[in-house]
Ligand binder design. Structure first.
Ligand SMILES: NC(=O)c1ccc[n+]([C@@H]2O[C@H](COP(=O)([O-])OP(=O)(O)OC[C@H]3O[C@@H](n4cnc5c(N)ncnc54)[C@H](O)[C@@H]3O)[C@@H](O)[C@H]2O)c1
Length: 441
């Protein structure tokens, strides 16, 4: 029995071992299967990712191709438009020159021909020839720009040393706003000696009447003066119609009227802020609207914006004045480009940005370094403005150091601009401001 029992136990033991072995074998097989399944899933996943990557690469390449094709089409379209514009510009020029030939000494006596051209190849001819040769090729077009840029720089360099010819403005009709005092009055008196018809506007009737009296004495062809508030759009349009009926088309428009109150921004009443913007900037919009159409018709005229260096660089204590002058500069500059772009390149633009001028408008203001930033005399400023108009100069910054300051401002870190501003005394320009009103008291 004992033996039988033992062999039974051995039998059971052996069977349990077999069972375990079977189980571990099954587990082993299952684990392997699981691993295989997992690696299969990973394999599938990796392949899907690759597929996706491939697809997105192909999509990416296609998008790039599409963009390139689109930009090429745009490029071709732009070039076709340019060609068309150039053609229509040429035909317009022919039309205008034909009109010029047929006009027999009317009001319109000053023509393109009277403008100064530097000796040698004419800019227009060079421009047209290079456009034809280099058309529709990026590299060659870039070369074209380089050649033209070199030409412009050389021309500007030569003009520094050679006296630039002045155009004749005899017979022109010159309108000056704010002609009742200061720069406007001196400009009127200078133009009076050039055989022009003068139209003088100012809100101050006594002032403008006096300017007109002296202008007549100085030999102006005829002088017409009006009391006008340039900040009032309706009044500008009404007076403009009156001028057209009584005098004729204005061919040189000088937007000169301006005001300043010299208060810190938070101390400035809202109405005064509005007034400053209306007189110094908005008035330019209305006078352009009123007088530009007749200039465009003849492709002839000159637009002058008397702004300020405060229209190029901000000044503390002059927030609304600066804003109005920045607006005036931006407007005049944009209009100069718009006129060129629309083929009215016979209408010239001059933008004047003077530092302080000793007219009384900024009485009390001081300059820290008078050698670097001198306060200008009104006669000198007016002479340079007249000269800029007669030589078709687009920008006039006075004194020349303003050019240097704008250059610095264009790339310097703001903190450095502040340090330099303090050095040049910009933070204290307005400290002792009295202005014209206080002076009259
Ligand atoms: N004086 C300076 O230091 C200085 C510096 C930079 C720029 N400017 C600019 O030069 C221009 C002339 O200034 P100025 O020094 O001869 O000053 P100014 O005060 O002597 O002349 C300005 C004239 O504009 C007139 N005016 C004012 N408001 C008017 C309005 N609403 N409608 C019509 N006329 C109006 C005035 O009556 C005055 O006759 C201004 O635009 C001014 O901002 C002057």
């Amino acid at each position: 029995m004992l033996r039988a029992n033992r062999s039974f136990i051995t039998y059971v033991y052996v069977n349990i071992s077999k069972l375990r072995a079977n189980q571990s074998f099954i587990t082993y097989v299952n684990v392997i299967k699981l691993r295989a399944a997992r690696s299969f899933i990973t394999y599938v996943y990796v392949n899907i990712s690759k597929l996706r990557a491939n697809q997105s690469f192909i999509t990416y390449v296609n998008v790039i191709k599409l963009r390139a094709a689109r930009s090429f089409i745009t490029y071709v379209n732009v070039n076709i438009s340019k060609l068309q514009a150039a053609q229509s510009f040429r035909s317009r020029c022919t039309l205008v020159s034909e009109q010029n030939k047929s006009s027999s000494g009317g009001i319109f006596t000053y023509r393109q021909d009277s403008f100064y051209h530097p000796p040698g190849i004419s800019w227009n001819l060079l421009h047209q020839v290079t456009i034809l040769v280099f058309n529709m090729n990026f590299l060659l077009e870039s070369l074209h720009v380089l050649v033209m840029s070199l030409y412009c720089f050389l021309e500007a360099f030569v003009k520094i040393f050679l006296p630039v010819g002045k155009k004749s403005i005899a017979g022109e009709t010159v309108l000056i706003t704010g002609a009742g005092s200061g720069i406007g009055r001196i400009l009127a008196h200078q133009f009076a000696t050039m055989d022009v018809t003068l139209v003088l506007w100012d809100i101050n009737l006594d002032g403008v009447t006096e300017t007109a009296r002296v202008a007549k004495e100085k030999g102006a062809r005829s002088v017409h003066h009006y009391q006008a508030d340039c900040s009032d759009r309706a009044e500008v349009y009404r007076l403009a119609e009156k001028v057209k009926q009584e005098v004729g088309d204005v061919t040189i428009l000088i937007n000169n009227a301006g005001i300043v109150h010299g208060k810190k921004f938070m101390d400035t009443p809202d109405l005064l802020v509005e007034k400053t913007l209306h007189v110094n900037a908005m008035a330019h919009f209305w006078t352009y609207k009123a007088f530009l159409p007749s200039m465009v018709k003849k492709n002839h005229g000159h637009l002058v914006c008397i702004a300020s260096s405060a229209g190029l660089i901000g000044v503390n204590g002059l927030a609304d004045y600066c804003a109005s002058k920045f607006a005036a500069v931006g407007f005049a500059e944009s209009m100069a480009l718009e006129l060129i772009a629309t083929g009215s390149d016979g209408i010239k633009t001059t933008i004047v940005c003077p530092y302080f001028v000793n007219t009384g408008m900024f009485d009390g203001c001081s300059t820290k370094w008078p050698r670097f930033l001198p306060i200008l005399e009104p006669e000198y400023a007016a002479k340079r403005i007249t000269n800029a108009i007669l030589t078709d100069q687009t920008y006039l910054f006075m004194p020349r150091s303003i050019n240097f300051l704008i250059f610095l401002k264009s790339f310097m870190p703001f903190k450095e601009v502040v340090i330099l501003g303090m050095y040049f005394g910009a933070f204290n320009f307005m400290d002792a401001f009295k202005g014209r009103q206080k002076k009259a008291d």
